[in-house]
Design a protein around this ligand. Structure first.
Ligand SMILES: CNC(=N)NC(=O)NC
Length: 324
């Protein structure tokens, strides 16, 4: 319960993934993002990806010649995934990330998307003839960072994600190796996009974003007037998330991570916590919920790297605090 999960892939002028895998203070790296879902405009039935400066080049063309928004080949990311896994780190591919092109139109498209991302990004299989953007590198699982939905959506904003997670679990069950599924909800309960899936399907990790909504933020855990706007005292909603997982989730042992911004520019207002403030909150909840506390999630690798303090990155300070 001392893991640091740090997102990578959307940093401005970011260093390659392998740079962060030399950091022993990072245990799990969700890579962002699959930012286009198959039913969206211009997707032509395929998921689409964006990894910032880490992958450019051509988009995959479907067998019937249609352009998709799926980056066809990201060999450096593939190389670095293998490097990271050799250092014992888990690499997850993150879906969504606040993109406006995220929406599942039907249960069958939810299942089809699960099948596709598994075949394209999971363990390499002999009989797969479709795209393998990371080559023969296979991710250790998928992260559901669903924060938005397409404007054309007609159904509920949480539709399809439980189906997709169940389908991934079905595929995982056929493997010897262990694969993971995480969710990255906002701190308000219930999370509009993910609580349905969390209640019905098995997630291993819940990376709660305690840096987007003032009233349930980590800052409110330090200053109980933050986000109150004249109303009742505020607080970080970590305890409520423990209760929510214990009473409303399909996996009552899911590990709950304290999601923090890794630098002030990674968030807004007073949301950013200094390393000292962050460690103070970590120690409180790590000792209060020793079996549920999974560690800290940080948004985002480049922000952490650029936030050097007393000779160490923010992420390193957090890792030391987790181990103290
Ligand atoms: C602006 N979007 C985000 N900050 N997203 C996340 O922090 N995802 C984990």
């Amino acid at each position: 319960n001392t893991n640091v999960a740090m997102y990578w892939g959307q940093g401005s002028d970011q260093k390659p993934l392998r740079y962060f895998c030399d950091e022993e203070s990072i245990d799990i790296i969700p890579i962002g993002f699959v930012n286009v879902f198959p039913d969206q405009k211009g997707a032509n039935g395929y998921p689409g990806t964006n990894f910032g400066n880490a992958c450019g080049g051509s988009y995959y063309k479907s067998p019937d010649g249609k352009e998709t928004r799926l980056l066809e080949s990201c060999p450096l990311i593939g190389r670095d995934i293998k490097y990271c896994q050799a250092q014992g780190k888990k690499i997850l591919l993150s879906l969504g990330g606040g993109s406006p092109d995220v929406y599942l139109a039907s249960d069958s498209s939810a299942k089809d998307m699960a099948d596709f991302i598994w075949a394209a990004f999971g363990p390499a299989k002999e009989d797969w003839e479709g795209p393998r953007p990371f080559g023969d590198a296979g991710v250790d699982g998928f992260d559901f960072d669903i924060e938005s939905e397409a404007d054309k959506i007609v159904g509920p904003v949480d539709f399809g994600y439980a189906t997709m997670v169940d389908r991934l679990r079905h595929l995982y069950d056929q493997e010897e190796a262990t694969y993971y599924i995480s969710a990255s909800p906002q701190c308000i309960i219930p999370d509009s996009h993910l609580s349905d899936a969390i209640s019905k399907s098995i997630f291993d990790f819940i990376f709660v974003q305690f840096y987007n909504t003032p009233s349930c933020s980590a800052r409110a855990g330090i200053d109980h007037s933050y986000g109150a706007y004249g109303g009742p005292a505020t607080d970080i909603s970590y305890d409520s998330w423990v209760d929510h997982v214990k009473t409303n989730s399909a996996n009552k042992e899911a590990k709950i991570y304290m999601g923090l911004a890794a630098a002030a520019p990674a968030t807004f207002g007073e949301m950013y916590l200094s390393p000292e403030e962050a460690v103070q909150l970590v120690e409180k909840f790590q000792s209060k919920w020793p079996t549920m506390f999974g560690g800290v999630m940080l948004w985002e690798a480049t922000f952490s790297e650029n936030n050097q303090y007393k000779g160490m990155s923010y992420g390193k300070h957090i890792k030391k605090g987790l181990e103290s």
